[in-house]
Design a binder for this molecule. Structure first.
Ligand code: ZN
Ligand code: ZN
Length: 407
């Protein structure tokens, strides 16, 4: 019996005890009746997306959880973000992730996200297609202040330093080659040239003049990082024989899904922020279960609350997620996997190496005694402590889709 697989990844879900939440984590203190209903027929445990004590970024964490060993398949964050904006990549492209930012006249960062500007596609027309010595610069806006930049045309290397000071008040550095190869020197110098041109364009752009009139920080510079080349992943269909699709708002997860040959289901109202229309996302997953074998659902804002140190916000948002997950309760012929890609403890405001809870929920599984989905409850479950690379084999096994090993 082949069941469908739904993998729900709540970004940065795991946390540590918060004194103000009576020593509970945001997930433990949240009211989560639907997660509890899923847990009632689930095998639970803990997951280290990469390994014990490793603090992963989201890109390598989700690649490993989908069975793509980062050591072999990770070629940088930039190309994944670029794919997530919908760009098609070509062999030889060098790709970056970009923040539209605000700098002062000395190139010191005023705001790394240009006041969390809501839409940068208004700048696309002027910044996309600029050429520097035979290299074409392709720019595509993503969500909010984010965009992707691709250098295309001649032999270039992604071995260039990032153009980001990572802090307000610090001057943005120039790109430098990180190796002696001519292709790296070319890439750094052409990128610096492009950024100079982009700065001129942004300075006089009518949309920025409009922002200044409204006393909003102008989006007058591009912070560029995450250099990489297009990933070469075997598709999910080749790898597992699964017809797959993804529901996500954030560029990175959409990019990973596209790199893995998944169909990215278009959505209105999913923003990757806390105002995201969660119910629409879960309903989109549910509606598509008949059409696909594997569905990946990603929710981003749990991680944002962790980075902001907002544990009440994180707990309340988890309750909203739980409300939407009612749509996945009571499914038959489906294994619903709920987990996170890493912990983002509110008190650390960053990713930690703490494992995240995971549950595999479905009919006829060896359900354990875990009643509430949470960091410490799931530690009592029968799955034990597994690593990212175990997620797909276990999901395939429970869904009756694992190939027989041996002869
Ligand atoms: Zn993440
Ligand atoms: Zn994060």
């Amino acid at each position: 019996m082949n069941s469908k697989i739904v993998l729900v990844v709540l970004d940065g879900l795991g946390d540590r005890p918060i004194v103000a939440l009576n020593g509970l984590t945001p997930l433990e203190s949240a009211r989560t009746p639907h997660l509890s209903l899923l847990a009632e027929k689930a095998e639970c445990g803990l997951l280290d997306a990469i390994g014990v004590g490793v603090r992963p970024t989201s890109d390598v964490a989700i690649l490993n959880m989908l069975g793509y060993l980062p050591e072999k398949y990770y070629s940088g964050r930039g190309p994944l973000e670029a794919l997530g904006t919908g760009l098609s990549l070509k062999e030889g492209d060098v790709c970056f992730r970009v923040n539209f930012a605000t700098v002062d006249s000395q190139l010191k960062v005023v705001d790394r996200r240009a006041g969390r500007i809501s839409d940068c596609s208004v700048f696309e027309k002027e910044l996309n297609g600029i050429e520097v010595e035979g290299v074409k610069f392709v720019l595509k806006a993503g969500l909010g202040h984010r965009a992707a930049l691709v250098m295309r045309g001649i032999e270039l290397s992604p071995s260039v330093s990032e153009i980001d000071s990572h802090a307000a008040g610090k001057k943005v550095p120039e790109a430098k080659p990180l190796s002696q190869e001519p292709a790296a020197k070319r890439a750094a110098s052409f990128l610096n040239e492009y950024l100079k041109k982009a700065r001129v364009v942004l300075k006089k752009h009518k949309h920025n003049k409009e922002r200044q009139k409204q006393k909003l920080p102008p989006a007058n510079y591009l912070l560029v990082r995450g250099a990489g080349t297009p990933p070469k992943l075997p598709s999910f269909e080749e790898k597992y024989g699964l017809k797959s699709a993804c529901v996500a708002a954030e560029g990175l997860y959409k990019g990973v899904a596209r790199a893995a040959g998944m169909h990215v289901i278009p959505l209105n109202g999913a923003t990757g922020k806390s105002d995201s229309d969660l119910l629409a996302k879960v309903v989109a997953v549910k509606k598509n279960i008949p059409n696909y074998d594997f569905l990946l659902l990603h929710v981003k804002a749990t991680d944002n609350f962790g980075h902001d140190g907002d544990f009440v916000g994180k707990r309340n948002f988890i309750e909203r997620v739980d409300g939407a997950l009612k749509e996945l309760v009571g499914l038959h012929h489906a294994v619903v996997v709920v987990t996170g890609d890493h912990s983002t403890p509110c008190e650390m405001r960053d990713h930690s190496g703490d494992p995240v809870p995971i549950m595999f929920s479905g009919d006829g599984l060896r359900k354990d005694n875990v009643k509430k989905f949470g960091e410490r409850e799931c530690a009592k479950g029968i799955v034990g402590r597994i690593s990212g690379k175990d997620v797909m084999p276990e999901a395939l096994n429970l869904a009756g889709r694992a190939p027989l090993f041996g002869s």
